[in-house]
Write a protein that binds this ligand. Structure first.
Ligand code: PLP
Length: 453
């Protein structure tokens, strides 16, 4: 790594390409038909109609030759698969957890764990809960509370750890509501919902100390643990020492297309309950909804993701795209986070009221412009207050350009930047949206829209 000149403009990828998957930009008229048929919701597009897919970094990464080779070593025994033990070794070496239980993905881990440790009506405190995590908290009769530091809501404030929880607010909340009303703390690293922003080691330690002071369990939502560790440049295992365990979607920093797991530091009783609940939910705990080959690919992926040369080029690509947009005067969450560039749509499209989903409107426009699929992380995603049914108007309404791992080159990033520059030149003409069909939970996946008057 250190041999690569620091004055070089970008960090070269520490790998070369062996297999390619063709992509195609369909004609403008075809894109117009496709997005209309999808109800102006990019989740409902066919992926063949997408040119560059920045919808999510979840399960969209490319596997290495070693991971593909590992797939051939899959041991598909119903119980006791050798790949389970290989993965156990990776979990222990890299995250430092003694106990683990694989799951089919992150939400499988959440559903098992939350069903055990949440009592009806208890609060779950975190920096900022991810959307499916919040949904599983609510499905398990808990109340999700976000206590991220205020600065995260101001996209132009530079701070190295904008994912930090506000420790004062955290302690105040616990004291005010009493610890009995709190199920556990959950620290999301990096913090996806506010821009892939990292959490500092000091903040993790602080949250751990508060949790222990009031005798509360603390878990880590570990989907992007390696990217977070890269920002603090410390050993991964130390981060996890400030927790009692983790839930993890392996579809991100596991460098696999499917998978997840629960890690537990030392609570043997809890581990026993997790394994018991895994059987009906995900399957026998030595496979947890995964094929043996999937576990093998994950065991290898977890080791590959902590390679600093990989992380340097990964984070650099996010920065590369961010820099291009910033130079074009497009307002983005700063500093740049780990897995995506977030555009502040409220600021970019001030003429569209928040109730007309500015970031979603921009998603539609970006698809029409250049076949680029992005995603809204804002008003649409926030949904409605479960008690009042009223629309929540979050501080931030963001468009997320999520970069899959080891998939696109910087030429693709240039295309995305060019499309956004063209849009910026005529942005005043972009119209807001209204919902015409709305599912009651996780509405963003299936909602349908029309242009507002
Ligand atoms: C993706 C993600 C999840 C959910 O994981 P799935 O594998 O999609 O079920 C939970 N938390 C965070 C922070 C995530 O990014």
């Amino acid at each position: 790594m250190s041999d690569i000149a620091s004055d070089f403009e970008t960090v070269p990828e520490p790998y070369k390409i062996k297999v390619v998957e063709p992509i195609k930009l369909i004609a403008r008229q075809e894109r117009e038909v496709a997005i209309k048929e999808a109800g102006l919701n990019q989740f409902l597009l066919k992926s063949d109609d997408v040119f560059i897919d920045l919808l999510t970094d979840s399960g969209t990464g490319a596997m290495s030759q070693n991971q593909w080779a590992g797939m051939m070593l899959g041991d598909e025994s119903y119980t006791g698969s050798r790949n389970y033990y290989n993965l156990q070794k990776s979990v222990e070496d890299i995250l430092g957890f003694k106990y683990y239980c694989p799951t089919h993905q992150g939400r499988g881990a959440e559903n098992i764990l939350f069903g055990i440790i949440i009592k009806k009506g208890q609060y779950i405190l975190g920096n900022y809960h991810f959307d499916t995590t919040k949904a599983h908290i609510e499905l398990n009769s808990g109340l999700a509370v976000n206590l991220i530091h205020e600065r995260a809501y101001n996209t132009s404030v530079e701070h190295p750890f904008k994912g930090n929880i506000d420790l004062e607010k955290l302690e105040h909340f616990i004291v005010e509501k009493t610890p009995e009303k709190i199920a556990f703390l959950l620290m999301t690293i990096t913090c996806n919902s506010v821009g892939g922003q990292p959490v500092s080691m000091e903040n993790l330690r602080g949250a751990y100390q508060v949790a222990k002071k009031y005798n509360l369990p603390i878990f880590i939502d570990a989907a992007r643990f390696a990217e977070n560790a890269y920002f603090i440049k410390k050993r991964e295992a130390e981060m996890f020492s400030y927790s009692d365990g983790c839930t993890m979607s392996a579809k991100k920093d596991g460098l696999v297309n499917i998978g997840g797991m629960i890690g537990i530091k030392e609570d043997e009783e809890l581990f026993k309950k997790v394994k018991q609940r895994c059987v009906p939910m995900e399957g026998f705990p030595t496979y947890g909804g995964l094929a043996g080959r999937d576990m093998e690919a994950l065991a290898i992926g977890m080791r590959e993701v902590v390679d600093e040369a990989y992380l340097a080029s990964r984070i650099d690509q996010v920065e590369y795209l961010g820099r291009k947009l910033k130079e074009a005067g497009i307002p983005i969450q700063q500093p740049l986070g780990g897995h995506a560039v977030f555009i502040n749509a409220k600021e970019f499209l001030p003429h569209i009221p928040q109730t007309q989903y500015p970031a979603q409107a921009l998603c539609v426009e970006l698809y029409l412009e250049g076949g680029v699929r992005a995603v809204e992380v804002g008003t649409l995603l926030a949904g409605r207050d479960p008690e009042t049914g009223l629309e929540i108007l979050p501080e931030l309404d963001l468009l997320r350009l999520t970069i899959p791992r080891r998939v696109y080159t910087n030429n693709h990033m240039d295309w995305v930047a060019t499309c956004l520059k063209r849009i910026a030149a005529r942005k005043d003409r972009i119209r807001g949206l209204k919902i015409v069909e709305e599912p009651p939970i996780l509405r963003h996946f299936m909602a349908r829209f029309d242009w507002a008057e």
